[in-house]
Every structure is written in C-alpha cells, then in structure tokens.
Design a protein around this ligand. Structure first.
Ligand code: SF4
Length: 244
C-alpha cells in the first residue's frame, strides 16, 4: 500500500496495487449479494490510530468508502468531541462487501474477509492501537473462531490484548459501540451509551499519546465527504448494484 488519504483524493488517484486488487476481489460469496463491490478505507497510512467497523451500509456501498453515511457523521462528531479529526485516523471495516439487505455478517464471513484484507491493512499502517466498532469487529479481535459473536455491551470499554494473526503483530484493541447502534437508541439509553463511547475514545487517545507522545490529531472541521466523493459515487452507481 502506498501513502494516501482517500478523503483527499478520489479512488482513481490512489492507483496502487493494493487498491486495485481489493477492488477486483471476488474471493467469497459476499461479492454476489447485490453490492457495488468492495469498499476501501479513509485516512493516512501513517495514522497511529486505526478504527475498524463492521461492513459497508447502503451509503458506504454507494461511495465506496467506510463510515461515510449517517453512522460516519456520528463517528466524526464523536471523534471531534475528544479532539480528533476524522482525517487523522485510518478507518476501515472488517468486511469490505455489503451483505444483502444490510444483514449482519456471520463471524466466519468476517474472519475470511479480514484475513484477506484487514490484516494487510493492519500490517501496513501498523497503528499503535485499534478502536473496534461493534460486534463484528469485537468478534474478529476477541474471538475470531467463535461461531457466535461476544456481547458488545459487556465487552466495550475493556482493552483486548490482541495477539495478532497470520504473522501480523498484535496490539491493544478497544471495543466500543458502533455508531449505527447509537443511532437506534433513544432517551437515557442513548445518552448513557454516547458517554460510554466518549470514555472509550478518551482511553484510546490517551493510550496512543502515551506510546508515541505528541500526536497531530488534526483540525476540528469534519471532512465534507459528500462533496469529495461525488465523482466516485457516480462511477459506482453505474455498476450493476442489486443483482451484481
Ligand atoms: S467480502 Fe471481502 S473477501 Fe469477500 S469478495 Fe468482498 S472483499 Fe473479497
């Protein structure tokens, strides 16, 4: 992978082998579930913090990058609340192809795609710490060979001493709620969960800063991803989409 920031450049400008190979991946049945192909990543390859979500939703499938829909906007605001700009962190997903109808991917599907792509990303970016969003990411790092996912409510906020996999070195992983889950909550439950995510973000930020000292966490203005990605979206929307 070459140094690049997909929030600053459309995918065509990041013409490296890794992106091309990912875009062409048909390595599992998920590529036949009506999506527009694998989604990539956002952020610099030099980022000390990696954020790993579950898989693309409808908006992410349109734009070809992770966490850019309503969930992504909430993530950006949550990051900003602790003084981190989205552009300063590397963001990706366990699973690159959107499951049909936004169904929850199985742990086996997550493990397969992660071993194919996510592990390469972790090896290339070599982040100090990883923030795992939601069940699928928690499962990959905490219980990758489990048939059922561990509970995120019980596990969030507690560091996972991830041992690594397939030759990729381990590192600390903080599980927290996925923003899509937060968007489904209301009232006191929503307020409580958002404060828990805030605490988890503070913990992961402190861990990175303890390891590397001063970190350039970026400015306070979140990226205007709709404007930046319109061209890429138009190209993906011409693909077959449902029924691919
Ligand atoms: S889900 Fe992952 S492994 Fe499967 S086709 Fe898509 S990119 Fe390839």
């Amino acid at each position: 992978m070459e140094e690049g920031n997909l929030f600053a450049s459309p995918p065509a400008a990041v013409a490296d082998d890794w992106q091309a190979a990912l875009a062409a991946c048909r390595d599992c049945p998920l590529c036949r579930e009506g999506n527009r192909g694998p989604t990539g990543y956002t952020g610099p390859l030099s980022a000390p913090l990696m954020i790993v979500g579950e898989g693309p939703g409808a908006v992410e499938d349109e734009y070809g990058v992770p966490l850019v829909g309503p969930s992504g906007e909430l993530l950006n605001r949550a990051l900003a609340s602790v003084g981190i700009s989205r552009e300063a962190v590397y963001v990706t997903n366990v699973i690159k192809c959107r499951p049909r109808g936004n169904r929850t991917p199985t742990p086996a599907e997550g493990l397969h795609c992660a071993r194919r792509w996510l592990l390469q990303e972790i090896g290339a970016v070599n982040p100090v710490a990883i923030l795992a969003l939601g069940k699928a990411a928690l499962t990959f790092f905490a219980a990758p060979f489990a048939k059922t996912a561990p509970g995120i409510v019980r596990r969030r906020g507690t560091w996972i001493d991830w041992a690594g996999m397939d030759g990729v070195a381990g590192r600390p992983v903080m599980p927290t709620f996925h923003p899509a889950y937060l968007l489904r909550l209301h009232g006191r439950e929503e307020v409580r969960a958002k404060w828990q995510v805030y605490d988890d973000l503070q913990a992961v930020k402190a861990r990175v800063e303890t390891a590397v000292g001063t970190v350039a966490w970026g400015g306070a203005t979140p990226p205007d991803w709709r404007r930046q990605w319109d061209t890429a979206r138009a190209m993906r929307m011409q693909r077959k989409g449902e029924g691919r």
